[in-house]
Design a protein around this ligand. Structure first.
Ligand code: PEP
Ligand code: MG
Length: 576
């Protein structure tokens, strides 16, 4: 019997295939032998992993919120003690040396041996300590497995052609999927503008998030249909559904093939108002599509990718080489590089935040805040962007600015680096435009102040909506409140656009709202003239712009701004 499950469609398209369930807690432990001359390295690898596990646990213990039950800290202390216990590591170290087992496997053998000992125990309390061993060993094994260099460069064809179901996926996991030929993915948790969802759109694979119990109601190898538009997954579909969705897959393909004809058509409204249509880029391969869809440039290049699936952050040269090769692919099109926005939903290994646990990560040390706190992380990127600016049209964009002090600090840092480069005889664009993302309500309300000090603004609606309505963008429990048409959001957008117009600087929108054709006409009515959207959505947005007449839209903005609810605005838009 067909089972129909509903979540949130976050990346459109239809996939038909078999299920593979990712069980995060069950790791695939590789077993291999190390060469004799590698024994020392392998021993070091295990000891380093144990010490990193300790660091992680200490950080967790040190950040336990005050309101938490006092039982929790001793629980973590127990795990810390286990990590210090020779019983856990001595035997694996011996196995690495004598049997030349790899560290993960040596640890697995010791885990199994200890489990067996606990299984034999009469005392039920002691028997429950088995779980502790499992947790501690899994923690070390996770660290060991992540340490494998460039794991994402090793294609794993076993996942090719499958629909993946997981409780949740980190952005780093999602990025790995591109190499695996995954058909679609479905997660039990997560919200529509989580970074993971954005990456799914970037990889152009259908995705559903917040589909509770997906991993329980679908089983390994079940046939499923994933409808990324509607957020529906059909498990074990009947012949009728299969036929229907196969037909829709064909129609989709035809529709998108038709859109490509608009590639060369200049983006302007029916009444000839030119609109700038740029692309958002996540991953190196996106740059190819930017040209294929005829974008006029890149309005948002998210640089977090550079920090993913690695232990240490990239150095200046790596940044520089990456930007040069991006400029090369862009062949003269302007590029807006956003400085790194790590933290909150964008936790990656190479951001030096590994062990820290924050109570409210979205309100914590992320993006420019982290950059200003850790200049050693920020300066290499700024230097590289400035150096690259000598070789092409580059704009520099700062995320998450919330006040002028931060803005001045960043501008001062840029000036210092410019002076440094100048004294070293290194070329750069002395007039490189520097802009801010407006994604914190404080910045939108004070957009006039920001506009007075910067060369351009770009509205990041993903965060602006989250902070305005006070809902975590990755939390599916509150995603029903995530409402781009909330009058407060619309007013902040309008304030930012007005501030830009008064200061005579360009204002773009680069949040997901800009790429959703439900909102194109309203945004035009509010005064937006620069859209930056994922390349996969660009031609569809262009089609809507080409069919819009600004004159007909006068009045829409005022009516929307006066509306009391998002539902009222939605009705208004339906009438258009
Ligand atoms: C935004 O917040 O709208 C945005 C574009 O940035 P990100 O999604 O990377 O946080
Ligand atoms: Mg943002």
């Amino acid at each position: 019997m067909t089972l129909s499950l509903h979540g949130m469609g976050v990346s459109r398209g239809i996939a038909i295939g078999r299920v593979h369930i990712i069980e995060r807690d069950r790791l695939d432990i590789p077993e291999y032998h190390v060469e004799t001359d590698q024994v020392k390295t392998e021993t070091r690898r295990l000891l380093d992993a144990v010490s990193l596990a300790k660091q992680q646990l200490r950080a967790i213990r040190d950040h336990i919120p005050a309101a938490t039950s006092p039982d929790i800290a001793p629980f973590i202390d127990t795990h810390l003690l286990m990590l210090d216990d020779a019983v856990l590591t001595q035997e694996p170290l011996r196995l690495i040396k004598s049997a030349r087992h790899n560290a993960e496997w040596a640890l697995q053998l010791q885990r199994d041996a200890l489990m067996h000992v606990f299984d034999e125990m009469e005392d039920p309390y002691l028997r429950t300590r088995k779980d502790d061993i499992d947790h501690v060993v899994t923690r070390i094994q996770r660290i060991l497995l992540r340490q494998e260099p460039l794991r994402h460069e090793e294609p794993d064809s076993r996942l090719s052609g499958y629909v993946l179901i997981a409780d949740d996926l980190s952005p780093a996991d999602t990025v790995l999927m591109q190499h695996h030929g995954v058909l679609a993915f479905v997660t039990e948790y997560g919200g529509p503008t989580s970074h993971t969802a954005i990456l799914a759109r970037s990889l152009i694979i259908p995705a559903i998030v917040g589909l509770h119990e997906a991993g329980r109601l679908a089983r390994e190898d079940d046939m499923v249909i994933v409808d990324g538009n509607a957020g529906v997954m059909l498990v074990d579909p009947d012949e009728h559904s299969l036929q229907y969705y196969r037909k829709r897959q064909q129609e989709d393909r035809k529709y998108y093939a038709g859109l490509i004809r608009l590639k060369e058509t200049p983006a302007k409204t029916l009444d000839h108002v030119p609109i700038r249509l740029q692309a958002n880029v996540e991953l190196p391969q996106d740059f190819e599509i930017v040209r294929q869809v005829g974008a006029s440039g890149v309005g948002l290049y998210r640089t977090e990718f550079l920090y993913m699936n690695r232990e240490t952050p990239p150095e200046e040269e790596e940044h520089y080489e990456t930007y040069l090769s991006v400029l090369d692919t862009m062949a003269g099109l302007p590029l807006t590089i956003r400085t790194m926005d790590l933290g909150a939903d964008k936790q990656v290994d190479g951001g030096k935040q590994g062990g820290s646990v924050q109570a409210n990560p979205a309100l914590g040390l992320r993006a420019v805040r982290l950059c200003l706190k850790e200049p050693a992380l920020f300066r290499p990127q700024l230097r590289a962007i400035l150096r690259a600016s000598a070789h092409g049209s580059i704009r520099l964009m700062i995320p998450m600015l919330s006040n002028m002090q931060e803005t001045r600090q960043v501008l001062q840092m840029i000036d210092e680096i410019k002076a440094e480069l100048h004294s070293q005889g290194v070329e750069f664009d002395a007039d490189i435009p520097v802009g801010a993302m407006i994604e914190v309500p404080a910045a939108a309300i004070c957009a006039d102040i920001f506009a007075g000090q910067l060369d351009f603004l770009s509205i990041g609606t993903n965060d602006l909506i989250q902070y305005t309505i006070a809902i975590d963008r990755v939390d599916d429990e509150v995603s029903y409140l995530y409402e781009p048409l909330h009058p407060a959001v619309l007013r902040l957008i309008r304030m930012t656009l007005d501030a830009g117009a008064r200061a005579d600087i360009p204002v773009a929108m680069c949040g997901e709202m800009a790429g959703d054709i439900k909102f194109t006409q309203l945004l035009l009515a509010l005064g937006l003239r620069e859209f930056s959207v994922h390349p996969a959505y660009l031609l569809e947005v262009k089609k809507n712009i080409l069919e819009s007449e600004l004159e007909r839209l006068t009045g829409v903005a005022d009516a929307a701004l006066k509306a009391s609810t998002a539902a009222d605005v939605e009705k208004l838009l339906e009438q258009l």
